[in-house]
Design a protein around this ligand. Structure first.
Ligand SMILES: [Zn+2]
Length: 76
């Protein structure tokens, strides 16, 4: 999935995350022991099949930085 995003976007997400999942009160590391990447890049507003779908967003906007969030596997 990370193949869809620029390296700058990925760096921004991981840096601004403070290395924790964005879900409230979840403290799961986004980069865990031995530098294993745990965090998953997710859309705040999702595709048509999701409850978070917003028909006003284009596909390009859906993949833009301001619609992205880092979550742990439990909260993705
Ligand atoms: Zn989480």
């Amino acid at each position: 999935m990370t193949g869809d995003y620029s390296i700058i976007t990925i760096k921004r997400l991981f840096t601004l995350s403070g290395n924790v999942c964005a879900f409230p009160n979840c403290n799961t590391d986004m980069i865990g022991e031995n530098f294993i990447i745990v965090g998953q890049i997710c859309h705040i507003e999702e595709k048509e099949t999701s409850a978070r779908f917003n028909s006003n967003r284009t596909e390009g906007q859906r993949s833009s930085f301001d619609n992205l969030i880092l979550l742990c596997p439990t909260h993705r």
